[in-house]
Design a protein around this ligand. Structure first.
Ligand SMILES: [Zn+2]
Length: 212
């Protein structure tokens, strides 16, 4: 891993865990810091699914990225998570699902629900890089225009829905300019609704020149 950014400090008892979801890690994910990123470039242990989701959800920091990975996991596993909304474990055990198909559901559904729930609730561990705590002062709560959001990703989804913005463009701009310039990023997207892929690439290049 010589060519990757430094690996974060990993507590010994968590050394086989994905930082995002606590499932066994079989991959790593590297976050490359931009000028606006509030932490240095770093590498984390991850499962292959979280690593893949993280790559398309860089946003403005590793923590915003984690919130977005959780939102994606919730969407991917919404059927498994619905089991826990529709059933309690006792109800499922006493459901009288005795035919082969239904008893299969009974046995596997609760397990799938627990795995999905555990992955979404997993908090990872505080980020320490070469002995230095880099998580100090970070808060997931994001406020903009008098509205409070539980995460930057929730704010992005809200503004993309209400203003019909191009989400991938907004995310790419935010990754460069940082969340302090959220209003600038939204304004730029509002001026470029319906933009072609080529024009989008050009715009990102200009923003990159401006902010690095
Ligand atoms: Zn994971």
């Amino acid at each position: 891993m010589n060519h990757l950014p430094p690996l974060i400090d990993i507590p010994f008892d968590l050394r086989h865990q994905c930082w995002f979801c606590a499932e066994p890690s079989n991959d790593v994910f590297s976050y490359y810091a931009k000028a606006s990123t509030p932490h240095p470039s770093l590498t984390l242990p991850a499962c292959s699914e979280c690593a893949r989701l993280a790559k398309k959800n860089l946003l403005t920091s590793i923590w915003d990225c984690r919130d977005a990975v959780k939102d994606d996991l919730m969407q991917i596993y919404h059927k498994d998570l619905a089991i826990g909304i529709n059933w309690t474990e006792e109800e499922l055990a006493e459901s009288g699902f005795d035919c082969r198909i239904l008893s299969g559901f009974k046995e596997s559904a609760w397990m799938m629900y627990n795995i999905a729930k555990g992955r979404i609730n997993a908090k990872g561990w505080p980020l320490v890089l070469n002995g230095i705590d880099i998580e100090q002062g970070y808060s997931a709560v994001f406020e903009f225009d008098g509205l409070q959001f539980n995460s930057l990703n929730k704010a992005i989804n809200h503004y993309c829905d209400t203003l019909a913005l191009n989400k991938s463009l907004l995310c790419e701009i935010l990754n460069i300019v940082g969340k302090d310039k959220f209003s600038y990023a939204v304004r730029l997207c509002r001026m470029n609704i319906g933009i072609t892929k080529e024009h989008q690439k050009l715009l990102i290049e200009h923003v990159q020149e401006e902010f690095t």
